[in-house]
Structures are given as C-alpha cells and as structure tokens.
Write a protein that binds this ligand. Structure first.
Ligand SMILES: [Zn+2]
Length: 64
C-alpha cells in the first residue's frame, strides 16, 4: 500500500473540485460562508453579517 499514491490521487481530486468551483465563481455562483455574524456596524448603525466565498476568498457583507 502506497500512501504517496493516495495523496496524489487526493490532490488530483481536490484540484478537479477547485477548478469546478472557480468556474462557478466566475459565473457568479459563489459558495458563501459566514465569517462574522451580526456584527454591529457603527457607520451604518445596523447589524451586518460578513460572508466569504470558500473558493475565491471574495467577501461581501449583508445588513441584517
Ligand atoms: Zn467565489
């Protein structure tokens, strides 16, 4: 049993997934993940939630 072969296969699979995800990102389909939930924005005077895309690390905020 070779661990290296397994790792190589795993990396290949990850790469495939990444490429697919990048394509989705480019099409505007980001996979948003909450990084800061309900943080108070002093400037806007409201609660905001910050999201970051799992794949391309792009971030966005949403006011609650
Ligand atoms: Zn993205």
């Amino acid at each position: 049993m070779s661990t290296i072969t397994h790792i190589k296969q795993f990396k290949k699979q990850q790469l495939k997934k990444k490429n697919k995800a990048k394509t989705l990102c480019n099409s505007g389909f980001h996979q948003w993940e909450i990084i800061y939930k309900d943080q108070f924005d002093v400037k806007r005077g409201c609660l905001i939630t910050t999201y970051q895309c799992k794949h391309c690390k792009k971030s966005k905020t949403n006011s609650a």
